[in-house]
Design a binder for this molecule. Structure first.
Ligand SMILES: *Cc1c(COP(=O)(O)O)cnc(C)c1O
Length: 339
């Protein structure tokens, strides 16, 4: 039995999902004529209570399009230093949009309205113009932390007061919503644009959607095209996303339960120095100094468990749709016998 805890992106489409993909009506989406893509976009927009959405090959692309839409060159994006847009998108904010970032130090990736306020530049010839705030929910590097509604409403109010645009990197928004009990429509009301990955927890093979108002999404189509993201019969992929939204949302709480169970078991081992609180499906823990991260990863690998050393001495596990209770039991057994 091979166990893969490297990411929730490793899931395989189920037989039923593949069957659904094979039945999908297709067309050319660059002409906006793919019925399955159109259906997915309408479904995502409606779910979040917004006018429109656009299907893209990746969450990096939806985030980068959003940054492009909400900024002009010489602007600055305010975000947390753990943000995916800063750490893992190859510096695309500078490359595509010619903007800088103001990095703030939040609580496991979560910013407060007051912190953001302190990050807004005053008007001066020599300062970049603060124009956009990007939040991440859940926050990957924060160990799957999520915002509560009041925190988000406070940030929304601040952004309105200071004419800042507000984008959500919601790669794992459904994991956040499962725990915070916020509705997708509430999220849609708070943010100017929302990026949602279908290739993470909900288990589709490819793609993300960017959601917002009609005018902004019309411009997003142009930006997607210039980035090379205009796809043709992509409905075959969009169909998998429709299937995922219809069938897999309710399963996320199982992923959270399994991550919690691993956390509890790790707490009783001698080789773990500390563990970030497990709020959703991500578990990040630090090994004691005597244990090398590389050796630990190798030990897991020798026992058919794949995991990554997230940063030196820190290991990340991500639970997902293809990680079963049987795999959970085996993982716990392997973890208990290390050392
Ligand atoms: C995965 C992820 C993305 C997008 O990644 P892609 O691999 O480009 O789809 C964006 N933000 C966060 C927080 C992520 O975890």
């Amino acid at each position: 039995m091979q166990i893969d805890l490297r990411s929730d992106t490793v899931t395989q489409p189920s037989a039923a999902m593949k069957e659904f993909m094979m039945q999908a009506p297709l067309g050319d989406d660059v002409f906006a004529e793919d019925p399955s893509v159109n259906q997915l976009e309408a479904k995502a927009a409606e779910l979040f209570g917004r006018e429109a959405a656009i299907y893209c090959p990746s969450g990096t692309m939806t985030n980068q399009i959003a940054i492009k839409l909400h900024t002009r060159p010489l602007d600055e994006v305010i975000t947390d230093k753990l943000a995916h847009i800063y750490n893992y998108e190859v510096g695309g904010y500078a490359y595509h949009s010619s903007v800088s970032v103001k990095l703030l130090e939040g609580d496991r990736g979560r910013l407060t309205a007051d912190q953001i306020k302190s990050g807004i530049n005053p008007e001066a010839d020599w300062l970049p113009n603060s124009s956009l705030v990007v939040l991440e929910n859940t926050c990957n590097k924060g160990g799957g932390s999520y915002y509560n509604l009041q925190q988000l409403l406070d940030i929304q109010r601040l952004c309105k007061e200071h004419s800042l645009k507000l984008h959500l990197d919601g790669a794992r928004i459904f994991n956040a919503l499962e725990e915070s009990k916020i509705t997708p429509k509430q999220i849609g009301e708070i943010f100017d644009t929302v990026s949602v990955c279908l290739s993470k927890g909900v288990g589709a093979p490819v793609g993300s959607v960017l959601i917002g108002d009609k005018k902004t999404m019309k411009r997003a189509r142009k930006v997607r095209k210039v980035m090379g993201g205009g796809m043709r019969q992509s409905g075959i992929l969009a169909a998998a996303c429709i299937y995922a939204l219809d069938n897999n949302l309710a399963k996320l709480k199982e992923d959270h339960r399994r991550a919690k169970t691993i956390e509890e078991s790790l707490r009783s081992t001698a080789y773990v120095a500390d563990i970030l609180p497990v709020d959703t499906n991500i578990l990040i823990f630090r090994l004691i100094e005597d244990v090398s991260g590389e050796n630990f990863i190798q030990y897991l690998s020798a026992n058919d468990i794949k995991a990554i050393e997230f940063s030196p001495q820190n290991v990340r596990f991500v639970t997902h749709l293809d990680f079963t209770d049987e795999m959970l039991q085996k993982t716990i057994t392997v973890l208990k016998s290390f050392g």
